[in-house]
Design a protein around this ligand. Sequence first.
Ligand code: SAM
Length: 257
Amino acid sequence: VDFGFQTVLASEKAEKVHKVFENVASKYDLMNDVMSVGIHRIWKDYFVKKMFPLPPGTSIIDVAGGTGDIAFRMLQSIERQNKHFDVSGTEKNSSILISDINQAMLDVGKERASKMNLQSDMLSWLCADAQQLPLADNSFDLYTIAFGIRNVTEISKALDEAYRVLRPGGRFLCLEFSHVNNPLLKQVYDTYSFQIIPPLGEVFAGDWKSYQYLVESIRKFPTQDRFKEMIEEAGFRSVKYENLSFGVVSIHSGYKI
Ligand code: SAM
């Protein structure tokens, strides 16, 4: 009976998450700027900077890649790096697979990629669940997931999949909302999250509920230390994390040895 109940809860969460991102897809990029006052750009830039330099021919998967914010930054950095080191030849090109469970988010991403004139032969797209990637074992050198793992129904399944698809020596990097430890800042942050974010969602996107979900999902996500343990439980080694903006977000990293 218990198992049945949990299954219902799991599918309810998956359905809710799907609806949220279906609803917000077209306004997703604007809303990120509104909600974070543009700070998400700084977090994402920093996250991508941490990966570089990358060896030529690195094969990357960006899971829960949404509208491509992380992948496009990686692609632009790879292009800059290639120019700097005079790397040429398609065999040396890195590749980025953007994967997301929601086709609506990927469609917005594809449109953005063409508007941005990105070198699209390095990019490919896949609609897939992070908990069950239709990809071979040991296929990638780098697995990234930004603001995505919080939305997955079973975090440990996504971590197991990350471990499976990475090659030995491959790196896991995750950017996610986390927990502010300073009590005073926490109070300010909680007030902002619960009292400002849903109304902003209503005003700018006509969607209170999706933004209330966003706040609740952040609150429920494991602490920095617990998440680090979960990554270790999946088999990763040298697992570390770094807090940004006093723990509003954190970057966790680990290696498949
Ligand atoms: N990584 C992008 C960024 O940083 O802008 C998008 C982040 S967005 C907040 C979260 C994304 O996770 C959505 O595009 C959503 O469709 C995706 N997602 C939710 N559950 C997923 C799952 N089980 N597997 C893969 N993607 C999922």
